[in-house]
Design a protein around this ligand. Sequence first.
Ligand SMILES: CC(C)(COP(=O)(O)OP(=O)(O)OC[C@H]1O[C@@H](n2cnc3c(N)ncnc32)[C@H](O)[C@@H]1OP(=O)(O)O)[C@@H](O)C(=O)NCCC(=O)NCCS
Length: 133
Amino acid sequence: MQLISTKICKTSDIGINNNLFGGKMLQWIDEAGGVMASSQCCTPNILTLKMYEVIFKLPVKVNEHIRIYGKVKSIGSTSISLLIEARRFDFLKQTEEIVCSTIMLFVKVDKNGKSSPINPQLIEKIKKSINKN
Ligand SMILES: CC(C)(COP(=O)(O)OP(=O)(O)OC[C@H]1O[C@@H](n2cnc3c(N)ncnc32)[C@H](O)[C@@H]1OP(=O)(O)O)[C@@H](O)C(=O)NCCC(=O)NCCS
């Protein structure tokens, strides 16, 4: 998977039970997914259409570093689907654990906000890279 971004859990990000607020994690993964979808489709004009089941597998505490990874699952004419994983990094052990994961669907849009075709050459390139992995 490709590292998209790293976040630090701050005191202002905490909800109840001294855990990272789930809505904050959703914001982080939405933004990271959007960045990856834009970069894959070579356009900033990308909207989140769908977030599939989201699993908050482990709690995140203040000061923990969260690395957000993505991988292209599939690509259509106007949409791209990504597997997104947020992993907690343990500095002492130098290991990562998945704290949250989901699949997200992004759509390329035109200036009127309507779905718009992704460049067919890019689609072919992305399809080939999916088949390789
Ligand atoms: C994104 C948006 C423009 C898509 O509009 P739409 O009328 O569904 O567009 P289309 O019917 O042309 O579908 C676009 C793509 O999404 C896919 N799609 C549409 N609804 C889907 C659904 N419920 N599940 C999975 N895929 C879906 C279509 O298959 C198509 O993919 P493809 O071209 O790769 O085959 C529109 O839904 C929108 O503006 N949504 C708000 C987005 C937003 O503001 N997001 C921020 C979060 S609030």
